[in-house]
Design a protein around this ligand. Structure first.
Ligand SMILES: Nc1ncnc2c1ncn2[C@@H]1O[C@H](COP(=O)(O)OP(=O)(O)OP(=O)(O)O)[C@@H](O)[C@H]1O
Ligand SMILES: [Mg+2]
Length: 473
């Protein structure tokens, strides 16, 4: 949470710094380009004037018609503002000069000879103004030379550049402030519903797992997130409730045999009994002990599965032969109700843990015998679903199991008829164990029930190692 907040503060600052950096680079680019452009413009203006003046000097040389010469110079200079010219002959006499700065002073401050030699220009600063200055030497007839010094005032340009610079800086600062405020505001308004949501979520604990967050209390874009969260809460509540029920159920299931044992022992101790009576009581107690023992074994088995410690000891099982043996084993029990068990179909041998598969089939068969009416027929059908999958269907006649119960049949301690609990018939963990075993074999189990039959369908891979787990239907 803290990290999240730190990021949310840093993020707009980073964005602002980035925007500032970007704008600063852009402003530098604009200023540089303008400066470059001004310099080029000044240089070309100076060169063009020098060139025009030298053409005039050459034309009028030896400058007898001074009036016309000056007139032409004026025409040339009229096209240029803030431009100052000095023309000096080889004797040092100033032939022509414009009003304004005395350019000959520049000669003592800057190396004009070097400029003339390199055909470049330079900056000349006086106490009041700044100029770009250029000079050229014209030699006529190898005897007479004329030096033309031209300077252009840069004050206006410099003023413009300064304003541009200040304007751009102001723009950068304003843009950054606006960007910072806009980002912070956006983050605040985006984060507000999330913060509210976080507060609501933080209030949820194991005591109020049934509370749900209303999807209308958050902006529509978070509705699906809230829905997913509510679904997760529902699943957690369900698991938590089942876990709570599971503990209560274990206690309840264990209390019945222990109460029976206590009562019987108390009765036995109340008065003197014959050996036969004691023997009967002990037999009855033995039954309760085996019930308790079976229940503890089942619980340990499920706990092992929960801790992923249930590792099948794989061998190849011929399911057809396996079922024949099973039917023989169950014959005494089925004969009590005159129930026949019929085996149909065949399939490839499968890889499996013989004890576990026996336990699963035994649980289903004992349920089937319990729920089949007298003289009924149970069928076990084997089928080869595909090259790597087999199907076992155990069907028994009987009442239809309601859809609602079908979804919970494999839950621990779930019984369709709770009243049977009082008759001490079953704890309701048989099918939970079956499901655990089938899943340990990477198979799936489901149940179908209609008006006439209930069918438990098991699908198993023939080779566990080569197959991923199938979802339970
Ligand atoms: N073949 C069946 N026909 C109808 N109902 C069945 C059948 N098999 C199971 N049931 C229902 O499913 C419930 C759960 O079965 P499960 O085997 O888990 O528990 P149980 O048989 O009651 O007890 P336990 O197996 O622990 O001794 C049973 O209470 C029963 O109502
Ligand atoms: Mg059972």
């Amino acid at each position: 949470m803290k990290q999240n907040r730190r990021f949310l503060v840093r993020f707009p600052i980073i964005i602002c710094l980035f925007t500032c950096g970007l704008l600063y680079s852009l402003s530098q680019l604009i200023e540089r380009s303008f400066e470059e452009f001004s310099i080029q413009q000044n240089i070309s203006e100076l060169n063009s004037v020098i060139h025009s003046i030298e053409s005039e000097i050459t034309y009028f040389y030896p400058i007898d018609n001074r009036e016309e010469f000056l007139q032409n110079l004026l025409i040339i200079l009229a096209r240029h503002q803030r431009l100052f010219v000095y023309i000096i002959d080889d004797t040092g006499k100033v032939i022509y000069r414009t009003r304004g700065p005395i350019l000959t002073i520049a000669q003592s401050q800057i190396n004009l000879d070097q400029i003339m030699q390199d055909h470049t220009s330079t900056i000349w600063e006086t106490s009041r103004s700044s100029y770009r200055i250029a000079a050229s030497k014209l030699v006529i007839d190898d005897k007479h030379q004329f030096t033309t010094i031209v300077a252009i005032n840069r004050d206006l340009q410099l003023e413009f550049i300064k304003r541009l610079h200040d304007g751009l800086r102001l723009l950068i600062i304003l843009s950054c402030i606006i960007a910072l405020l806009a980002t912070l505001t956006t983050i605040y308004f985006t984060q507000k519903p999330i913060n509210l949501l976080i507060k609501k979520i933080e209030k949820i604990n194991w005591k109020n797992l049934n509370s749900r967050i209303s999807t209308t209390s958050v902006p529509p874009k978070y509705a699906s997130l809230v829905k997913a969260f509510n679904n997760m809460l529902h699943r957690m509540e369900d698991t938590f409730r089942r876990q709570q029920n599971f503990t209560a159920d274990i206690a309840h299931e264990m209390r019945t045999p222990i109460t029976n044992l206590t009562t019987q022992t108390e009765i036995a101790l109340n008065s003197a009994r014959t050996t036969n009576e004691y023997r009967e009581i002990l037999y009855s107690n033995l039954e309760e002990y085996s019930r308790l023992s079976q229940m503890i074994t089942d619980m340990l088995f499920l706990a092992q599965a929960d801790n992923k410690q249930l590792i099948p000891n794989l061998i190849m099982i011929d399911l057809h032969q396996f079922m024949i043996d099973f039917i023989d084993y169950f014959e005494p029990l089925s004969e009590e109700k005159n129930i026949t068990i019929k085996l149909l179909g065949d399939c490839k041998p499968i890889q499996g843990d013989r004890n576990m598969i026996s336990r699963a089939v035994s649980n289903i068969l004992s349920n089937a015998i319990r729920h089949t009416p007298i003289n009924g027929q149970i069928t076990i059908e084997l089928d080869q679903l595909s090259a790597n999958w087999v199907k076992i269907v155990i069907a028994n006649p009987g009442k239809k199991i309601d859809e609602f119960h079908l979804d919970h049949l494999f839950d621990r301690f779930y019984r369709v008829d709770e009243s049977r609990q009082r008759n001490g018939e079953g704890a309701g963990i048989g099918l939970a164990i079956v499901k655990t075993i089938i899943e340990a074999h990477k198979g799936l189990i489901y149940v179908l029930s209609d008006e006439h039959h209930t069918r438990f369908i098991i699908e198993l891979p023939t080779n566990i190692q080569n197959i991923g787990t199938k979802e339970t239907k």
